[in-house]
Design a binder for this molecule. Sequence first.
Ligand code: FES
Length: 216
Amino acid sequence: MTHTLSLPWTPVALSSDVPPGTVIPAKLSSGPIAVWRTQSGHLSANGDRCPHRGMRLSHGFVRGETLSCIYHGWRFADDGSCTHIPAHPNLTPPSAIKCNPRQAKESGGVIWVADELPDEEPVFFEGYKPLRSLVVAADETSVREATQATDVDSGLAVNHAGTDIRLLVSDLDGEQVFVILLLAENTSPEACVSASRWAEVMRQKAERICNHGETT
Ligand code: FES
């Protein structure tokens, strides 16, 4: 996965997408991941593959402070270690059983994940808040063309009808990109609605550019 500038952290979701006690699928360049939040609110991420029989852990569910695989119920802590195997309830799971933990952080309402802990902190857009995210079935070049955006602060900047919009763009798999919209904190509700609609129009335009060769 690449993003608009070469960031050590990848933006994968909005904080609001992962309330306590939930798990969602996401992607890094190294592969699919499961992003989850414990009941007490701690954020975690790990490879989206159970070390037992390979079931996607994002199909599982959060039990208290652990992530439970939906297939045979193995449970994992936020450091990736296996804490419980239902078929062997008296066994202390071997420490070698791990579900490939990743680094996960939140900054400005955005969840950022990295394979290894980077030296620097995730990007923080002072004075901005996330509005929404969307998946665009196009490459990053087409999104840039559709938005006519300029590079700024490790993201893209667009002005739509007087509203300053910042975009974080991550290439998911060469055919789709994940986009997060951020607006200034004092943006009016009407302007938020307008920006959200603009994002849908941008999505359709980028997909036409990428898939049908439309020019701007
Ligand atoms: S595949 Fe996950 S517990 Fe068996």
